[in-house]
Design a protein around this ligand. Structure first.
Ligand code: 13P
Ligand code: SF4
Length: 300
């Protein structure tokens, strides 16, 4: 494995490539990454990267977002089977149906969507900025796709009426209040940090609600020494590396799709420059507008 990691590092240099990894990636993949972060940070890093090749260690919507923002770069996805199931739950038809039902109401596409869905939206959001994006829009109603839990969180945070379909993350929707309450009983001094994809009844127990990287920043800055972490369990590795003197208790499960990326696949895709991600030009042009509107918001 160490040998493979070394080979990846020298290939990176030789080809002028950069490796971006989402917080849920395997530890040995994190080790070869140039940058590790949440969806918003990774979108920004891809845009700023001074590299001809981006190896995107995450799921397909993240790699496509990077390709849309930097169409001249070669964006490689180590496993083409790494597809977020929630991003597949809502298609263009559903967005158009919601627009017809609620004429004039702006559409927010969570970044966990397919590119053609982003192309239908007025603006994108991530878990780090969903409420701020909703607040940036005129009026007191928004449509948000695909995650029903994120939509209800945005409604609670902003006081806006939010229309949403029934999309969900199979990892976060299984983080139930009972599990969080038991963890709190066992670790009474721990702060509860939850991801906004968790159900509303679970979020009601949170001390703080954050994106994955938001959790890391908070754990670094907080006076608290112990945390209950309600997100995909790979986040524990990132938290333990970033804040080694504090203790983290997981209540989340595993995202199988994120774990489809492994070191061998990172090597193979960089070595052969295979699994390149493409987005049709007219879809990419419209989706880029929606992503850029989010990136350009002053408050974010
Ligand atoms: P973050 O942007 O908070 O990392 O979330 C991405 C994701 O897929 C959560 O399940
Ligand atoms: Fe998608 Fe959930 Fe996996 Fe995130 S954790 S990539 S939302 S399935």
């Amino acid at each position: 494995m160490a040998d493979l990691a070394e080979k990846i590092r020298s290939l990176k240099k030789e080809k002028g490539a950069v490796i971006l990894a989402h917080n849920y990636q395997r530890p040995d993949v994190l080790d070869v990454a140039d940058f590790i972060g949440d969806s918003l940070e990774l979108a920004r890093r891809g845009l700023e990267a001074q590299a001809e090749i981006i190896v995107f260690c995450g799921v397909s919507f993240m790699a496509e977002t990077s390709k849309i923002l930097t169409p001249d770069k070669k964006v490689l996805l180590p496993s083409l089977a790494a597809v977020c199931p929630m991003a597949e739950m809502v298609g263009v038809k559903e967005v158009r149906r919601l627009r017809e039902e609620h004429p004039g109401v702006p559409v927010i596409a969570y970044v966990n969507t397919r590119s053609d869905v982003k192309a239908e939206a007025d603006i994108c959001c991530t878990s780090a900025n969903a409420a701020a994006v909703a607040n940036s829009l005129p009026g007191d109603e928004v449509i948000l796709v695909p995650d029903a839990n994120l939509a209800q969180y945005v409604a609670a945070e902003t006081g806006k009426k939010v229309y949403f379909p029934r999309g969900f993350c199979y990892v976060h929707s299984k983080i139930l209040p009972e599990a969080v309450s038991v963890a709190k009983e066992v670790h009474p001094d721990a702060e509860i940090l939850l991801h906004p994809e968790c159900p509303p009844e679970t979020l009601a127990l949170a001390d703080h609600i954050f994106s994955t990287s938001g959790m890391l920043r908070h754990a670094q800055e907080s006076d608290c020494k112990e945390f209950i972490i309600g997100t995909e369990e790979g986040m524990l590795e990132v938290l333990s590396r970033g804040v080694p003197d504090k203790v983290f208790h997981p209540v989340g499960g595993v995202c199988v799709q994120q774990k489809k990326v492994n070191l061998q696949r990172v090597f193979d895709c960089l070595n052969e420059e295979k699994n390149e991600v493409f987005v049709e030009k007219d879809v990419a042009d419209k989706a880029r507008d929606a992503i850029n509107k989010m990136l350009c918001l002053k408050s974010l």
